[in-house]
Write a protein that binds this ligand. Structure first.
Ligand SMILES: *[C@@H]1O[C@H](CO)[C@@H](O)[C@H](O)[C@H]1NC(C)=O
Length: 520
């Protein structure tokens, strides 16, 4: 080995080393890849653990990181094979098309990655400083314990949601709901919140609380309790009191490092994010370039929800009836039905010049950061909401499931940047027979969002203000930037005792923090 390589290796060995283990689902992987790049860009060593099909989608990011000489490596563990009931070739939640495949995917396949991960980490000298794994990957807890490596969990929703969820568990909200006699519209206050929050049985917080998934839910909660701290994708000027209360309720440090999407600084990064096989940015931005500033409403329901033709037609008619310019992303799986394909082509012909339908994956950041986009109809996944707010774009909220109903409450009631489309209950994945939203709802919400008037102006003003604060948080001296400094420093090996913090001092960091959080 050449001397320079040797010294590069020994320098690498001295860096604080983070092993990042995302859940293999687009909405979970994307922010954790951003996190990995930010940490590496700030001088930490990072290994991001994934599987072959997912690594393929990340090739663009990996190439970029290599060109920039970032200390970031992608670790491919083979996806467990021959899982009973799971068709081969499925390595990501967005490939699942049958609800019954979720169970073997989560219960049988993912935990089998623990062995290969442990073997990989054991072979490393020195051992990594810290594992950061998704809240939904509780199988990493045993690996971290057996190797004596501190573990943080990354939780992808708003901190508002995560706090509601934790308070619901700690204060018995689920028990209260299960014994309540009222109908489905009965409202329950989420206990322990610094603001008033109401949910119904259907919109109560909790991942994996669906029948059959309770054991997974319990494992996730246990792994949350035994973690050394949490990393969240938000910033203090957006969710200060919820971060403080979450830290107090968990009794562990919470690093607010977002908006992580701002790791993507140039057009190239924005385009290769998520999935390089998607529509080229240039085709979409070229169209946006022809539109007036702030005039276009962008419509995208995230990577998981799949709409039946009937529901798609209502969305399309609503956009047409609104009279506003729109950019609508329809999934390939949705557009594949011949009746849908024909119908979309007819819609495009009728709205030529003001409507564009994109089929497949779209470069969302390039869209939201374009000056022509003035509003976003979103499923309220936290990445989408945060990306929108970060670019000063107010939203129409149409939550589908999981954390999305509470993310909606945050953006509508607390932040004041959203117009609800009016849904009150989650949709079942893939086979929902109800039609929760009709064309009139879409047209009304779009007009409210994109129209003139005081309320619309106020929403735009607030969104713009949060957008500016989001950018400041990520700059040197900003709260997220400095939280990342703290995170990296608390895992730096104490070479000459200069930093005073070894890998194991998360508990100390916690002591320091939990003293000055506000009472909730
Ligand atoms: C994050 O930054 C805030 C404000 O600067 C600070 O109060 C908090 O302690 C930091 N959190 C961590 C976990 O370092």
């Amino acid at each position: 080995m050449a001397p320079t390589e040797e010294s590069a290796d020994s320098t690498l060995a001295q860096l604080p080393h983070f092993v990042i283990v995302p859940l293999v689902a687009q909405g979970h992987t994307i922010p954790m890849v951003d996190l990995a790049r930010l940490l590496a860009g700030r001088g930490a060593r990072v290994s991001l653990v994934t599987t072959p099909i997912n690594a393929c989608r990340l090739r663009g990011v990996a190439d970029q990181a290599a060109r920039a000489k970032l200390p970031l490596e992608f670790v491919e563990l083979p996806f467990p094979t021959e899982i009973h009931g799971l068709p081969p070739g499925i390595e990501n939640v967005d490939q699942i098309t049958d609800f019954s495949h979720f169970a073997p995917f989560f219960f049988d396949a993912l935990p089998k990655l623990a062995g290969p991960l442990e073997a990989y980490l054991r072979a490393m000298a020195p051992r990594p400083s810290c594992i950061v794994s998704d809240w939904c990957n509780p199988w990493t807890a045993g690996v971290a314990t057996r190797l004596g490596i501190p573990r943080l969990f990354f939780h992808g929703p708003s901190c508002f949601y995560s706090l509601c969820d934790l308070n619901a568990i700690d204060h018995g909200l689920h028990e209260q709901i299960s014994v309540a006699a009222g109908d489905d519209q009965e409202k329950f206050a989420v206990p322990g919140m610094p603001v008033h929050v109401e949910v119904t049985r259907a919109t109560a917080p909790g991942f994996f609380m669906t029948p059959g998934f309770e054991p997974l839910w319990k494992q996730c909660v246990d792994a949350m309790r035994t973690a050394d701290g949490a990393v969240v994708n938000t910033f203090l000027d957006l969710e200060h009191e919820f971060v403080a209360c979450y830290e107090a309720a968990l009794g562990k440090p919470v690093w607010a490092l977002g908006p992580l999407c701002l790791a993507n600084k140039d057009a190239d990064a924005m385009e290769s994010r998520g999935d390089t096989s998607g529509v080229r940015r240039s085709a979409v931005t070229a169209w946006l370039d022809t539109m007036d500033t702030g005039s276009v409403v962008y419509v995208n329901f995230g990577s998981v929800a799949r709409k039946l033709p009937r529901q798609l037609f209502e969305v399309g008619h609503g956009l047409e009836d609104s009279g506003k310019p729109f950019l609508w992303v329809v999934k390939e799986a949705e557009a594949a039905a011949p009746e849908v394909g024909e119908w979309l082509a007819a819609l495009e012909a009728r709205t030529a010049g003001r409507g564009l339908v994109v089929r497949g994956w779209a470069p969302q950041l390039a869209v939201l950061s374009h000056r022509a986009v003035g509003g976003f109809i979103t499923h309220c996944g936290w990445n989408s909401l945060l990306e929108s707010v970060t670019h000063g774009v107010p939203v129409v909220t149409w939550p589908h499931f999981a954390d999305q109903f509470l993310n909606e409450r945050l953006v509508v009631d607390v932040l004041g940047v959203g117009v609800p489309i009016g849904v009150t209950a989650p949709v079942m994945l893939f086979d929902d027979e109800t039609l929760p939203v009709v064309r009139g709802d879409v047209a009304r919400a779009v007009s409210e969002l994109m129209g003139g008037g005081n309320e619309a102006g106020e929403r735009r003003r607030k969104a713009k203000e949060y957008g500016e604060k989001a950018h400041r948080a990520m700059e040197k001296g900003g709260s997220s930037y400095e939280n990342m400094t703290q995170l990296i420093e608390s895992f730096r090996q104490s070479g000459g005792g200069k930093h005073g913090c070894n890998g194991g001092t998360v508990a100390e960091a916690c002591d320091v923090h939990c003293h000055d959080v506000m009472p909730c």
